[in-house]
Design a protein. Structure first.
Length: 274
C-alpha cells in the first residue's frame, strides 16, 4: 500500500474524492483522524482518536496510525470514489447562553452556537447525484453527552452541547469540525421569557461551507407562551455573517411547515413550556 495522501483541512474535505486501487487518503477533523483505502474489489475505512493532532494542524505526515481498526466493504463493481459530507447531530441539541438573559414581550434576540459535525462517507460513482450513494459510515467528530429535554412526564432524548451560545460571533473561534447555528428569537407572549437553556432542532438544518467555517441556515423561533411549543422556521440559507457560501449538506429530515417544538426551558409548574 502506498503512502497516504492527506486531504487539506480547509473545507475541501467535503465532496467527492476519486481513489484508485492501492491508494489511501486521510484527513484530520477535530480530535479524530480518518482513513479511506481502496483495494481491488473492496474499500476500507478507519478512524481513531488523534490526541496529538492540533485543531488546525495534521498529525503524522504519512497518515500512519497505530493499528487502526478497519471497516471493510466489498464492492459490486470497480471503485470510483467516496463522497465525504458533514451532517449535524441526529437529535436536538441543548445549549446554554454564555450569559442568561430575559426576552421582554415583543423583543427579539439572536444567538450563535458552534456544533460539532458528524462525518458521513458514501460510495460515489461517475454521474451520480450528490448524496445518492450508499452510506457506509457516519462518525461524530466529537462525542456529545446524552441529556433529557423536557418535563419529567414529556420530553425527548437530546445531546448536551458543552459550548455556550453567544450574542456575537467570533471568527477566531471557527474550527473546521464545527458548524455555526444561528437562532433568531422573538417573544410574542405577554410575559418576559427567561433564556437560560435552548434547544436547537439540528435535524431540520442545512449546512453551508463558508470561507472559514461551516454554517447552518438560520432558524427563526417565535415564542407565544403556549403548551404546543415555539413556532420554528428555517431560512434555507446561511446568515449574512457567513459571507459567500456553497451548500454541502441537506437537512436530515424534511423541513415541516408549521413546525413547533420546545425551544426554551421553563419552570415546570408554568403552563407555557415554549
Amino acid at each position: 500500500m502506498s503512502d497516504s495522501s492527506p486531504i487539506p483541512d480547509d473545507g475541501s474535505i467535503w465532496g467527492t474524492h476519486w481513489i484508485e486501487p492501492g491508494q489511501r487518503i486521510h484527513w484530520d477533523l477535530g480530535p479524530r483522524r480518518f482513513w479511506v483505502e481502496a483495494r481491488t474489489g473492496e474499500i476500507r475505512l478507519a478512524w481513531a482518536e488523534a490526541p496529538d493532532v492540533g485543531e488546525h494542524g495534521p498529525g503524522a505526515e504519512d497518515g500512519s496510525a497505530p493499528d487502526p481498526e478497519w471497516s471493510r466493504w466489498a464492492l459490486p463493481g470497480d471503485m470510483g470514489g467516496v463522497e465525504i459530507t458533514p451532517a449535524l447531530p441526529d437529535r436536538a441539541l441543548v445549549v446554554t447562553p454564555e450569559q442568561p438573559f430575559h426576552l421582554l414581550p415583543g423583543a427579539k434576540a439572536r444567538v450563535f452556537a458552534r456544533v460539532p459535525v458528524w462525518v458521513q462517507i458514501r460510495l460515489a460513482a461517475e454521474g451520480q447525484a450528490p448524496g445518492s450513494g450508499p452510506l457506509l459510515v457516519e462518525v461524530p467528530s466529537v462525542v456529545l453527552s446524552d441529556t433529557w429535554w423536557g418535563t419529567t412526564t414529556e420530553g425527548e432524548l437530546a445531546y448536551w452541547l458543552p459550548t455556550s451560545a453567544r450574542l456575537l460571533i467570533d471568527p477566531a473561534r471557527h474550527r473546521p469540525y464545527m458548524a455555526v447555528c444561528t437562532l433568531q428569537m422573538q417573544n410574542r407572549s405577554t410575559a418576559p421569557l427567561p433564556v437560560d437553556r435552548l434547544a436547537i432542532r439540528a435535524i431540520y438544518l442545512s449546512l453551508f461551507q463558508g470561507k472559514d467555517s461551516l454554517w447552518a441556515d438560520e432558524a427563526q423561533v417565535t415564542y407565544q407562551g403556549t403548551v404546543e411549543g415555539s413556532q420554528i422556521e428555517m431560512s434555507g440559507s446561511a446568515p449574512d455573517e457567513a459571507g459567500p457560501t456553497r451548500s454541502v449538506a441537506s437537512p436530515r429530515a424534511p423541513v415541516q411547515r408549521g413546525l413547533r417544538g420546545r425551544t426554551f426551558h421553563r419552570i415546570l409548574s408554568l403552563a407555557g413550556q415554549g
